[in-house]
Design a binder for this molecule. Structure first.
Ligand SMILES: Cc1cc2nc3c(=O)[nH]c(=O)nc-3n(C[C@H](O)[C@H](O)[C@H](O)COP(=O)(O)OP(=O)(O)OC[C@H]3O[C@@H](n4cnc5c(N)ncnc54)[C@H](O)[C@@H]3O)c2cc1C
Length: 558
């Protein structure tokens, strides 16, 4: 037996059995099968301990429960994640005065929020974006305004602010008992075996350069700018795994690589997402080195991850324009306004306000609980969205890892997790704060239940068991582990979801309520959240009769 008895136990169980056992509360019986030695309890906490605040939406609220309206604004924004903040940015930039943004949490950012340990800031969710492709007009505009893009060179390529571009070395892979540079499981493959990888890379390069019959890129950013050509869109009807099979790519390492990409971007396996979504990862964001000049694909990141963008955007609003710990529980369109009921979570009071328009930027599966008279078909489309839960651990060390030099992203081949990102990498810190990312891809309801039911020690031990085999010295170095549970972390772009009939319903505006959130377009990416927020803001301004220069030129004829 190796030093890691529990790990062997986890391998012996299928994921289904694992979560089944957790959900049934029979973890004790399961763990007694393993011969784990007594270990010290690692200090730390679950940062978002307790029942999720959003569950309060499940209680039926009627207008009689709320005090009379005591506030009126032009646009109320429900949710201060990236999409809600991008909506606020566009409204403010266009001169809208009376904005109110409400968020149920005590900190803004949603899945892009950040944390702090001493002087060290770090992401709890989203940690990077990429240099936007040329067509992504709205992303260029917002990044320029926030000072992330400094200007453009003679070839019109973006120049980014100092310290923003991901520092070298970028990534490494723990494969067959050792670290290898880059993300290359073909490291010891024969040239014949490597052939599969090269053919796959060629195909992704062709998709990168492909344009549909309407002249649009096959896979664009934002995705709404992509071609409507049915020969490309039909890739949304099959899974990424089926696409690989149809193309004759059966090599295990290649399938792992593609699976990793899908887990990284969508918290899902290649069998669970559409081929359109799977190819988008390569053909729109992670370009091939052969076209690096025309399509720079550098990763942009900050010590606090995309929390950097959250802070910059939140600074555009005044103190009185943001209400934290305010759960919006009821919304109803009336003739010339929207009535909005919210619960002040600091006092429990139920209050009301009115807005001339509302941008709904919360996760869309919650909209049917809050919005009165949401059309049935729309409510059904929103309620049907599947989300993968995630567990993120911030592992604080007394001193950096002694093993070979860490990179920013440290990926484990044989793990249900994605491995860890080094939070202080951009500052040259060398690895005192590690962020471990674990997407739960199967048995979503059971996994979500287990995430809530099991305590800090339980999850910390799972994580340590995964990392110990890579870093045997870890137990001596760990000072503390904090955890963040994302019950509905990422929307899953399953086959048919991006371009099928449900997509229209997710984006369909009401008379005065407009939907932001990356769920509206369907890919859980910050860029999609920015696009959807700006689109909802522009729709709200159309409704209010406010003139503005559109940031979404790419939508013309889309
Ligand atoms: C672990 C993890 C890692 C990720 N990594 C990356 C990455 O590296 N790069 C990337 O591009 N994307 C990443 N993503 C996805 C990215 O975080 C999202 O695409 C993006 O931040 C979504 O923004 P949003 O505004 O659409 O939604 P959210 O982030 O979900 O924000 C919604 C906000 O609305 C609030 N809210 C909801 N309902 C209500 C209500 N009724 N009343 C008041 N407030 C409400 C919530 O509190 C929340 O703040 C990651 C996601 C996760 C979970």
């Amino acid at each position: 037996m190796n030093a890691d008895g529990r790990r062997d136990g986890m391998k012996a169980l299928s994921r289904r059995q694992f979560f089944g056992a957790l959900a049934a509360g029979s973890w004790a019986a399961w763990s007694s099968c393993s011969s784990d030695q007594q270990r010290r309890r690692i200090p730390g906490r679950i940062v978002n301990e307790g029942p999720p605040r959003g569950h309060l939406l499940r209680d039926v609220h009627s207008w009689e429960d709320f005090d009379a309206a005591d506030h009126a604004c032009d646009v109320a924004i429900v949710g201060g994640g990236i999409s809600g903040l991008a909506a606020a940015w566009k409204l403010r930039r266009s001169g809208v005065e009376r904005i109110l943004l409400l968020d149920l949490e005590d900190q803004l950012g949603g899945t892009s929020r950040s944390g702090q340990w001493g002087d060290q800031i770090f992401p709890w969710g989203a940690h990077y974006i990429n240099i936007p492709p040329a067509e992504a007009d709205c992303i260029h505009e917002i990044l320029q305004d926030l000072g992330v893009i400094d200007g453009y060179d003679a070839a019109n390529k973006p120049l980014v602010a100092a310290g923003t571009m991901l520092r070298w070395p970028h990534e490494r892979l723990f494969y067959r008992g050792r670290w290898t540079d880059g993300l290359d499981p073909f490291i010891d493959a024969s040239s014949r075996e490597r052939e599969a990888l090269l053919r796959f890379e060629d195909a992704m390069l062709r998709w990168t350069l492909h344009r549909g019959r309407d002249g649009r890129r096959a896979f664009a950013m934002p995705l709404r700018y992509s071609t409507a050509d049915s020969r490309v869109r039909r890739l949304d009807q099959i899974s990424m795994a089926q696409y690989l099979r149809e193309e004759g790519w059966h090599d295990d390492r290649l399938r792992w690589l593609v699976d990793y990409a899908c887990r990284d971007d969508y918290g899902s396996t290649a069998a669970q997402v559409s081929a359109w979504a799977g190819i988008h990862y390569y053909a729109c964001r992670f370009y091939d080195y052969r076209i690096e000049e025309a399509y720079p694909a550098h990763t942009l990141t900050w010590p606090e991850g995309n929390g950097h963008l959250v802070t910059q955007l939140a600074n555009r609003l005044g103190k009185n324009e943001i209400k934290r710990q305010a759960l919006v529980a009821r919304l109803a369109e009336e003739r010339s306004q929207v009535r909005l009921g919210y619960i002040d979570l600091t006092t429990g009071e139920k209050r009301q306000l009115t807005a001339r328009a509302v941008v709904y930027a919360g996760k869309l599966h919650t909209a049917p609980y809050a919005i009165v008279d949401l059309p049935d078909a729309q409510a059904k489309a929103m309620a049907a969205i599947e989300y993968s839960p995630w567990l993120v651990a911030a592992i604080f060390l007394k001193e950096p890892l002694a093993a070979s030099q860490t990179t920013w992203d440290n990926v484990l081949y044989d793990s249900p997790s994605l491995g860890y990102v080094v939070a202080d990498h951009q500052q040259g810190g060398g690895g005192r704060v590690l962020l471990y990312y674990w997407p739960f891809v199967d048995q979503l309801a059971d996994a979500r239940h287990a995430l809530l039911a099991q305590d800090h020690s339980f999850w910390t031990e799972q994580i340590m068991a995964d990392l110990r085999r890579v870093h045997p010295e870890l137990d001596d170095l760990v000072e503390r582990v904090d955890l963040y549970r994302w019950g509905h972390g990422m929307m899953r772009p399953s086959p048919g979801l991006l371009w099928g009939p449900m997509a229209g319903w997710r984006q369909q505006p009401m008379e005065r309520i407009f939907f932001a959130s990356c769920d509206a377009t369907g890919l859980p990416l910050c860029e999609e959240a920015i696009f959807s927020g700006i689109l909802a803001a522009e729709q709200a301004m159309d409704c209010l009769g406010v003139a503005y220069p559109s940031s979404l030129g790419g939508l013309a004829d889309a």
